[in-house]
Ligand binder design. Sequence first.
Ligand code: FMN
Length: 181
Amino acid sequence: MAKKNIGPVLALYPSPVIVVGAMVDGKPTWTLAAHSGTMAHSHVMVSLVQAHYINKGIRENKKLSVNVVDESWLKEADRMGTISGNKTDKSTAFDWTMGENGAPVINDAKVSIECEVDGNYELERFDHFVCKILAVYADETALNDAGKINYHVFKPVLFEFPTYEYFVLGEKVGNCGKMNA
Ligand SMILES: Cc1cc2nc3c(=O)[nH]c(=O)nc-3n(C[C@H](O)[C@H](O)[C@H](O)COP(=O)(O)O)c2cc1C
């Protein structure tokens, strides 16, 4: 094989950067995450170290928001990955609104997904919250005429672990299912 085996490392990157929101002891808290993904057509998974402050609230209330980060608020989002609610109160870090289902949602996020926790796959001191999508809140500026999220305009920030760098969604390179037409 021409490829080099670089070992059993994490290599499924880049991945979208999100700020997870949840209520802990009646106040919102926010945690940056890059390890999340789609499950079925109805759920998303969020992978969070069990020792994180936010996990307590998610386990208790079973509600969380997934706020998709774009460059306009990357600086504030990044901060949520460098400080912990275990030491610092993060409840005032963002202007927020309570979602219709009880999860706090960041006002600056152009796309926020409100979820209910359906299950938890515990692995290697991580909670993997299986989250049923209850609502998606999108800023009008992020939508196209058909009311769908317009990724030509709304450009999620992406992250990769090996070098700890942020990227932004790039150029369109084709139309799905029509590449061989
Ligand atoms: C770019 C970036 C991505 C991160 N992704 C994750 C992640 O997917 N899962 C996780 O458990 N922690 C992740 N972290 C670490 C947490 O955001 C960080 O430890 C945070 O302070 C925990 O906050 P809390 O204790 O208030 O919940 C990431 C940090 C950064 C900077």
